[in-house]
Design a protein around this ligand. Structure first.
Ligand code: ADP
Length: 894
């Protein structure tokens, strides 16, 4: 009944708010009607027109076993797909929706990255947030102040794949707009799920009644509402992973503020533009996916907790020293699997026997890692403590159980037996014995029959249509006994069966069925018991991830000559610091930084392309790395942990998104001025450039005063407004530094001066030393940069000419298209072009145009001399008029 099927499809579709429905029809999942057209386009599936009783409808399908990859593609593109499975009923079969696969609840991910589902609610003056990763069981909830930026900061940190906006958020256009700007897809979830009472019950049910108060969230209605909504959404999708969420984790209270803009500007995990590498990609040497996830988390969530930082750095230190043990540990870790993800799979019932083998091997890896640590110089390092964070006895017991249970190399399917070892279950052993006996009888049949009847070309076999059979070559078919029943004639042979063979065949089939049913049941039981140990597996996963992460930091420190930062009470003092990413791309010139209580605000000047941004970012990144527990790229570093890092840099990407740059620039500045404190580090890379010069200077000036006087944050401010360098004289904590450039130097020049600095780089005529020095710079090198960038020679020369005149405050003649001066004058006072006289007959050559007064004709010279020599104070107006008349006549005569 084709129409019946479409009808059924459409009525199931009406039950769900998913975007698409995949409905099982026998061995296929089919999409019908509009959904078929849609997946046809999205997935490149063939859409056929099926018709019956005069109507026709499109249909597209995928085989049952191949649904997962298609679902992944759809879901990763942001669609939610309901899956309806077929089940047997008395009179035939029916279908119902078993699960909804959504971007934030996709279990079948192979990404190393976490995959978060988030909920955002508005509560009182602030927002409640919850984030869950169904693939690992991580669950976080928190509350933030009433600022949209704070919500976005968290969303940027967790990078959720799917966000559930609460009822109030759905009508908050400004926030919705910003959430839409993230990479997450927004899904509507039932309003009731966000109700405080219901949400609290959900959370209590999930994590235990004491959980909320033990993590200090008992009164945080916002966090509870968000958490409850996430839990109920996960439940509704039917993926069955709720039990893997064993722990409610609060967070952010002890963290370092890194707003979304800063995380992006510092390129922690993603780069801003084309090319280049993110910090994570450079420092990541982890060998496990759990380790990679944790390293990402650490980088995006630095801490001020000095005890924790010292603990991590002690670990890195020990691993850096113990090279052999470190490499053994890393090799050991690489043998393991993603225990947190395996826990979720066991809980949701999607783990197969091979996954349980992976659980067993990972537990073995954990024991081995502990042995490596204990038997080496790492024995009294924090690594040893990390590896006691899971219950080793429980781990050993689970491993033993799996060891005794699961076969050496089990199949990928759990429906066809061969999953278990002998000796695991008596009933199963009996079945196996019977099964093998029956199989043995059939195996020996050919030889027995050959001997009995003297037939040489006799064999036995089995296939789907004929079942077991005896096959005899045509030349000997006359010799077959009476008892043989012919079942098929082939080109060269005939196939037979006998009563006894049929009896044995039935026996084999019975054993097969009973064996696979029993194995399936036993397997489900075992998987459930493993699922019950989800928390243990998560502990193991986290411990191994932390070892991996610390080892990765140690590898990077050793390979790149990083040093352990000293955590101090005030100031930031970096000696010979480098940029952790750029140092891999160029021969890097190290630089110092000193920010103290008395000298906390540096105005950084220097030519374009001299390295100002790099210097400021490296300072921020070194501070950040120190607060991750990592070593840092510097000869030495003394750092007082900061409570936040704020940056504002050229917003090229925002411009590409069509948001006004100046608007963005100003809102970022506003956010910094509002949020930074005395303990923060602020990096400003040009402020005010998006507007007219005088406006820009004024804003930059006022922002500097405010940061210096009111906020008192440690600040690095790069600017091309040299006016700002004067502030150092007036504001006591402001100092100037500049990136040095050596204008004399060209390649030979720098050699000739015997400059030993190998790192001295020559770009065209200006040698950028890339060393940051005290004091302001007084030059603008825009023209040199234009030259370096390949701007045509005459243009560059002319620019130099104009620049020289501007500096000398001389009037500049603009030049016409033919190259002659048109005697237009640039007025330095108004900053604009004044009047436009006609061209002077075109006699002036290019050379003349560049000339000074010495090349003027004698009449002009004498008039000018007279003009200069006239003292207006001593001359009466009438006399003056006479003089002017004379001069005009002189020039006219000429
Ligand atoms: P600015 O902000 O002054 O325009 P950037 O910081 O963008 O300059 O640096 C310009 C280029 O100089 C970058 O491509 C970078 O690779 C290189 N650079 C910057 N600092 C250094 C340094 N200390 N040593 C070597 N190369 C550097």
């Amino acid at each position: 009944m084709p129409e019946g099927i479409v009808g059924e499809f459409l009525s199931l579709k009406a039950e769900t708010d998913a975007d698409l429905l995949a409905m099982q029809c026998g061995d296929f999942y089919e999409f019908f009607a509009d959904d078929a057209e849609f997946v046809g386009r999205e997935l490149d599936l063939t859409v056929s027109q099926k018709g019956a009783h005069g109507s026709s409808y499109p249909m597209a399908g995928v085989p049952l076993t191949e649904l997962t990859p298609y679902l992944k593609v759809l879901v990763e593109r942001g669609f939610r797909v309901a899956v309806a499975d077929q089940y047997e009923t008395d009179g035939g079969h029916a279908r119902r929706i078993e699960r909804v696969v959504t971007p934030g609840t996709l279990l079948e991910t192979t990404d190393a990255e976490a995959r978060y589902l988030a909920a955002v609610v508005r509560e009182g003056e602030g927002y409640g947030l919850a984030f869950a990763d169904v693939t690992t069981g991580k669950f976080h909830a928190t509350e933030v102040g009433g600022d949209i930026e704070a919500v976005l900061t968290e969303c940027y940190r967790f990078a959720p794949a799917e966000i559930l906006p609460g009822p109030e958020v759905r009508s908050d256009d400004a926030l919705l707009e910003r959430l839409r700007g993230t990479e997450a897809s927004l899904s509507l979830h039932a309003t009731e799920a966000f109700e405080p009472g219901r949400a609290r019950a959900m959370v209590d049910d999930q994590f235990g009644e004491a959980a909320l108060s033990s993590v200090g969230l008992a009164d945080s209605t916002g966090a509870i509402r968000a958490a409850g909504a996430v839990l109920s959404y996960v439940e509704d999708t039917g993926i069955g992973v709720l039990a893997s969420m064993t722990r409610l984790q609060p967070y952010a209270t002890e963290g370092v503020t890194l707003d979304a803009t800063t995380q992006r500007n510092l390129e922690l995990t993603e780069t801003m533009g084309e090319g280049g590498r993110a910090l994570f990609d450079v420092v990541d040497h982890t060998t496990t996916s759990g380790g990679g996830r944790l390293l990402r988390e650490w980088l995006c969530r630095p801490t001020q907790d000095t005890r924790e930082l010292e603990r991590r750095a002690d670990g890195v230190d020990a691993l850096a020293r113990e090279a052999l043990a470190r490499e053994r540990l890393r090799e050991t870790l690489a043998e393991g699997f993603d225990a947190e993800r395996l826990a979720s799979k066991a809980v949701s019932g999607s783990a197969d026997a091979r996954d349980l083998v992976r659980v067993r091997e990972t537990l073995a890896v954990a024991a081995e890692a502990a042995a490596v640590v204990e038997d080496s110089g790492l024995g009294d390092s924090p690594l040893a403590d990390v590896l006691t964070r899971f219950d080793r006895e429980a781990g050993a017991a689970l491993r033993e159980e799996l060891d005794e249970a699961i076969a050496e190399d089990p199949p990928a399917t759990i429906r066809e037996g061969n999953l278990f070892q002998r000796g695991y279950d008596d009933d199963l052993d009996d079945l196996i014995v019977g099964h093998e006996e029956a199989l043995g009888w059939i195996d020996g049949l050919a030889d027995r029959e050959k001997g009995k009847y003297g037939i040489t070309h006799l064999s036995t076999g089995r296939n789907k249509t004929d079942g077991y059979y005896i096959q005899v070559g045509h030349s000997e078919t006359d010799a077959v006994p009476e008892a043989y029943d012919e079942i098929k004639s082939l080109k060269n042979a005939k196939r037979y069966t006998t009563d006894e063979l049929e009896e044995r065949e039935r026996e084999v089939l019975r054993f097969e069925e009973r064996r696979s049913d029993l194995e399936y049941d036993l397997f489900c039981g075992l998987r459930e018991r493993v699922g019950d140990r989800a928390e243990l597996l998560q502990d193991v996963g986290r411990a191994l991830a932390e070892c991996d992460c610390l080892a990765s930091l140690a590898v990077h420190a050793v390979e790149n000559d990083w040093t352990r930062p000293e955590l101090v009470d005030s100031g930031i003092d970096i000696e010979a610091g480098r940029h952790p990413v750029v140092e891999h791309d160029v021969e890097f010139v190290p630089n110092d930084l000193s920010l103290t209580d008395d000298r906390g605000f540096l105005v950084v000047t220097g030519p374009n392309m001299s390295g100002k941004s790099t210097y400021m970012r490296q300072s921020a990144l070194i501070t950040l790395l120190a607060q991750v527990g990592s070593f840092v790229p510097a000869r030495s570093a003394r750092i007082a942990p900061v409570d936040g890092i704020y940056t504002r840099v050229g917003a090229l990407d925002e411009l590409a998104q069509g948001r006004s740059t100046f608007m963005v620039e100003m809102s970022e500045l506003a956010n910094i001025l509002h949020s930074a404190t005395e303990d923060s580090l602020v990096i400003l890379d040009e402020v005010g450039r998006g507007t007219a010069t005088y406006d820009g200077i004024s804003i930059a000036w006022a922002a500097t005063e405010y940061l210096h006087n009111e906020v008192r944050a440690k600040t690095l401010f790069a600017t091309h407004y040299h006016e700002l360098t004067g502030l150092a004289e007036h504001l006591d904590r402001v100092a100037n530094v500049h990136v040095a450039a050596d204008e004399r130097g060209d390649v030979s020049g720098s050699e000739a001066t015997g400059d030993s600095s190998e790192a001295k780089r020559t770009d065209g005529e200006v040698t950028f030393l890339r060393t940051v020095e005290e004091g302001p710079t007084d030059r603008s090198y825009g023209v040199h940069v234009a030259d370096m960038a390949g701007v045509p020679g005459p243009v560059v020369e002319r620019s130099r000419d104009v620049l020289a005149k501007l500096r000398a405050e001389k009037a500049i003649e603009a030049r016409g298209s033919t190259g002659e001066p048109v005697q237009t004058v640039f007025d330095l006072g108004s900053g604009s072009f004044r009047g436009s006289a006609s061209a002077d007959g075109g006699q002036a050559s290019m050379d003349e145009a560049q000339n000074d007064e010495s090349d003027r004709d004698p009449a002009e010279e004498s008039v000018l001399d007279a003009l200069r020599g006239t003292d207006i104070g001593e001359t009466s107006p009438v006399e003056l008029m006479g003089k002017v008349e004379d001069w005009q006549r002189e020039l006219d005569d000429e």
